[in-house]
Design a protein around this ligand. Structure first.
Ligand SMILES: [Zn+2]
Length: 207
């Protein structure tokens, strides 16, 4: 009995504290933060996604040249995949989750990070602009626009592209085997579905 009631009591206290914080108004920001942490904690308990929606809907997986761990300079390996598209192309979230960070850094330029199931962080970099109104803590799904393709950070002078990375608790992993095409165009004769399906499945199994 005690084993069951104790977590319930804790949950009760958590809810009361949350309500008090919200009622007082002063604590609304703190309450929002606590709600966000609780949601992230719950999401972290789930199994990580094994299938990710292509962040640029019109790009198919076969168009991505695998550059995972390609040398970048003398001291760095490429920890992600580059997906090329015209500047300003909307970038959709590859997963469900919450916006974890919105910010600028030297390499990535303007970046958005989304935390998804299993606590994995999905990193979108070189953005030309962020989606209007996007804020840390926002819930996202695979239809949410995060920003737009650009050349910010160390992508300046290169063709516009999205750098897409995935970070687990033990480091970066290759996004390519996990990516899957959004609905393929019905009249796309260059990509027969039958011949494409087999290698993709095989590749997924190896990971
Ligand atoms: Zn890159």
């Amino acid at each position: 009995m005690r084993v069951i009631t104790r977590p319930l009591k804790l949950l009760g206290i958590f809810v009361v504290v949350l309500l008090l914080l919200m009622v007082t108004g002063v604590g609304t920001a703190l309450a929002d933060k606590l709600i966000f942490y609780a949601r992230v904690a719950r999401l972290s308990m789930e199994e990580p996604d094994t299938k990710l929606a292509m962040p640029l809907p019109d790009v198919s997986k076969r168009q991505i040249a695998d550059t995972w761990h390609a040398p970048r300079g003398t001291d760095r390996l490429h920890e992600g995949q580059d997906i090329f598209a015209p500047k300003g192309t909307p970038i959709l979230s590859a997963t469900n989750g919450f916006v974890y960070n919105i910010g600028e850094n030297n390499l990535g330029g303007q970046t958005v990070s989304v935390i998804g199931a299993g606590g994995r962080v999905y990193y979108y970099a070189h953005l030309d602009a962020y989606a209007p109104g996007l804020q840390i803590g926002d819930r996202v799904n695979t239809r949410t626009v995060l920003g737009y393709v650009g050349t910010t950070g160390n992508a300046q002078g290169t063709p516009p592209h999205l750098h897409f990375g995935i970070y687990t608790s033990s480091g970066a992993i290759n996004p390519l085997p996990l990516l899957s095409d959004r609905t393929a165009p019905p009249n796309d004769r260059t990509a027969p579905r039958v011949t494409n399906a087999t290698p993709r499945t095989t590749r997924n199994r190896r990971v």
